[in-house]
Design a protein around this ligand. Structure first.
Ligand SMILES: [Zn+2]
Length: 230
């Protein structure tokens, strides 16, 4: 029994050490790539962490676990977790010191906060209803992020939309990428069109998504409106 516990502890310590070394190596790589010191990167990460504490979120620079592409991603983990992980590519954009990248970053964090705000539960069912539900979640989070930046940082709706467009053009540079949907995310064209055409994530916006997915079940649409309307 005692040996088993010692072995488990050793495995855990080794795993922790592996993650520590991985993070250190990645930090060094980013520091060389961006030509700034590790201390400067840590300082930026610390200021990001402090900034969003007031919204009950822990925004962490997490250098592992993401893909190695240049896309700008964040991950909000579980709904009840306060943690939001950001990909290192965001640091590069924030260093640009261009206001619109800053707004795009704020909107991205707002989007993730939206995922933690009583949204409908994610569907694992690969059905039309499942797709509708997941698309509603994503679009709702987009609207939540838009309202978050307007309310908390006093940027105008047009400024936020321009920043979102900038991020879309970066992440999906051609028309093919902009039209690509999956089971969880509607395509960027649809997401941006909704944000531009509807002032709020109201029943009209939700009905628009239902039409795009091909949902005609009125009872289910009404259920989504009840649970997702902002
Ligand atoms: Zn999302």
């Amino acid at each position: 029994m005692c040996i088993k516990i010692i072995i488990i502890c050793l495995v855990l310590v080794c795993f922790w050490y592996y993650l520590f070394l991985k993070k250190k190596k990645e930090l060094k790589r980013i520091s060389v790539e961006l030509n700034i010191s590790v201390e400067q990167i840590n300082k930026i990460c610390e200021s990001i962490l402090q900034e969003f504490k007031k919204y009950d979120a822990r925004v962490i620079c997490n250098w592992g676990g993401f893909d190695t592409t240049e896309t700008l991603n964040v991950c909000s983990r579980l709904r009840f977790s306060k943690r939001i992980d950001i990909k290192s590519t965001w640091i590069k954009k924030l260093l640009d010191k261009k206001e619109y990248w800053e707004i795009a970053f704020l909107h991205t964090i707002g989007h993730e906060l939206g995922h933690k705000d009583k949204e409908p539960i994610f569907s694992i069912l690969h059905t039309k209803k499942g797709r509708f539900r997941n698309w509603v979640r994503e679009c709702r989070a987009d609207f939540y992020g838009l309202q978050f930046v307007q309310k908390e940082y006093a940027f105008t709706r047009n400024e936020v939309l321009k920043a979102i467009e900038l991020k879309i053009d970066y992440n999906a540079p051609d028309e093919y990428a902009k039209q690509k949907s999956d089971f969880i995310h509607p395509n960027w064209n649809l997401r941006f069109q909704l944000l531009s055409d509807y002032r709020n994530f109201n029943q009209d916006a939700i009905r628009y998504i239902a039409k795009e997915v091909g949902i005609t079940d009125e009872k289910y649409i009404k259920k989504m409106i009840r649970t997702a309307e902002l």
